[in-house]
Design a protein around this ligand. Structure first.
Ligand code: XMP
Length: 180
């Protein structure tokens, strides 16, 4: 185990199984789609996106967006800025936002408003992790991998100060790393 981890929440096998369950639901729900546009939110979702897409059997297109959410190092605020936007219109398309983690929901609310205004045929969200107790907005997330406690987690794409994204497991970061 990485020395900066307090505990491992999900190992590689557990993550695989969570993603397969999500993929089964998505494959079922979008079986008649012409094409499902997956919008991965960088950077945190890049590993989830790549593992999820390989379990999908429906036709997909991949797009990415990047957003900055202001706040302290471990919590976000309601102020969100789009750093990288979609290159093509999404009107009339089935769109699925792919998020790594939903905490307060501020980032997602902003994304849903921005993408919703572009008139997609459908707009839903999948997230690998959700801190349900932290939710401060009225966003609906149809495909939630797993609910986690109110702890700062890293690994499997998730970072603290751009570190730890490469860890194959998801774990709780030791407080001593960020409370110095
Ligand atoms: P909100 O509060 O807008 O936050 O739902 C979503 C974004 O905040 C980041 N975030 C985390 N990143 N470990 C991380 O590595 C965490 O425990 C965590 N909680 C929130 C993340 O960028 C997410 O997209």
């Amino acid at each position: 185990m990485h020395p900066d981890l307090e505990e491992v929440l999900f190992d590689e096998e557990q993550i695989k199984s969570i993603i397969q369950t999500l993929a089964d639901r998505i494959n079922h729900d979008y079986k008649d789609t012409e094409c499902l546009m997956l919008v991965g939110i960088l950077k945190g979702s890049f590993i989830f996106m790549s593992d999820l897409v390989r379990k999908l059997t429906v036709p997909v297109r991949l797009e990415f967006m990047s957003v900055s959410s202001y706040g302290s190092a471990t919590t976000s605020s309601g102020v969100v800025r789009i750093d990288l936007d979609l290159k093509k219109p999404i009107d009339g398309k089935d769109v699925l936002i792919v998020e790594d983690i939903i905490d307060t929901g501020h980032t997602l609310k902003y994304l849903l408003e921005s993408l919703g205004a572009r008139k997609p045929k459908s707009l839903e969200v999948t997230t690998l992790l959700q801190k349900k107790e932290a939710l401060k907005t009225d966003v609906t997330v149809k495909y939630v991998g797993v609910d986690i406690p109110l702890k700062f987690v890293i690994g499997y794409g998730l970072d603290y100060d751009e570190r730890y994204r490469e860890l194959p497991v998801i774990g709780v970061l030791r407080e001593s790393v960020y409370k110095k």
